[in-house]
Write a protein of this length. Sequence first.
Length: 505
Amino acid sequence: MRRSQEREANAAAFGSDSEPDWFEVVERSPVASVLLYAASNAVASQATVLHANEAARALHPRLSDAADSTLFDLIDDASVSPVAERFTHVVEGAAGATLSVVVRPAASDLGAEDDVESYELKLRALDADCVIAQFVSLDGSRSMVHALEEQQRFRSALLELSRLAHETTDDDEFCQRLIERAVDVVPGAQGGSVQLHMPGTTRYRFAAAVGYDLEGLQQNTLDRTEFFRNTSDPAAHIVRDLANSERGEETKEWLHTFGRLDEIVVNVSAPVLVGGAPVAFLSLDNFEDPNAMTRASVEMTTVLGNLIGDLWRRRELEAEVRKEREAFRHQALHDPLTQLPNRRNLERCLSDMLTACRDGGHPTSVLFVDIDDFKGVNDRLGHDVGDMLLIGVANGLNSVVRGGDVVGRWGGDEFLIVPRRFDHPDEAERLAARILTRFETDLDLNEDGLTYRARLSVGIGWTAISDVDSSTLVNAADEALYAAKAAGKGVTRFRSISASPSEAA
């Protein structure tokens, strides 16, 4: 029956010039579906076919012209009696029925046993005058079960990879596990690789592979122009021609040797972009069947590629968090003007130094350094010049201390030097002498040629006693600095602690 004739018949059956809302849904269904006229007084054998969708017409040639066809023209004799009984129950108000039937072969194929196929028949009333009969192939059911199992394995793989992405900090390890699971669960995949983009270049390195010589592949890199597809297109595609005229002979050789390029018959791949920038390329291959990759292969490859992208974004976020955390830590422990360790940081360094010297039985020392007449600099030249002078002195002090010595800003115009270790007082005095010598010449304060000759005073606190605390040692250096100021400034003075506080008491 032509479509226009079907509409007329349907209109008569449904009592309207228009078809119900569900009619178009039935027509588009991939399941073989037949609409049957079934008034409450109809007997099962008289139930006529109102409409057969495309899947049903493909199931049985008779449904291509539904005129005068009934449900029972489609099934074999053995199926008629149980179907008639269930059909009557549905017409009389039962919720629905499901039973197994055998579809009758087309007239031209009678006797062809290969065409006899079992189906699951589902009957359900759509309204008072219409029943829908749907034929679900039992082979199709098995395929559906297989598809569901396939999806379940894929979901399990995704859960595993998601956990691993949070547990590992090794991107290559993650990529290797991802490609192994991908080859396990993606339909048609027999081998594959993950290539990571090398920042600042147009090249990719092999991070992981299954079915290939990974060590050999990792000796080489691929330029984006040497791939078999556009690496800027994020969509996953099935590709059967992996040739590329842009590849040089050397590249072709190692791809054939380590990457089995001549054995691949079909590929599904997905470039991974983050913020429009390439970060990776996921590739899965089959070596036997050009039709092995399916729509499901494309969808799963897309999801796995997104997983790599999510990992990359998380890595970037973690790097930003670490950078911010380090910046906060630096701000908490450093002077914002000179970027030297601040007082809190110095106290910690001093405590560590005293512990190490105490454990090793070594003397300990600190040096206090002060800029002479600094207040006058601020008053005469302004605080901007005063800040430049503090920065210049900080840089000058760092230029004369030894590696491992710590220079910090104690506060105001005072600097504290925590030496790594001095074994004799003369070593501390030689450092103080180098400091005074360094500041005998003008400091360059800015690029405009502003200079200033700073004069410094130095106080040294020293002790060979193991149980001296940090405050006692700093106080000794502060007293020595005060003595240097009283002696005319620009000089060094020395204070030694000869007894511990407990012994002095």
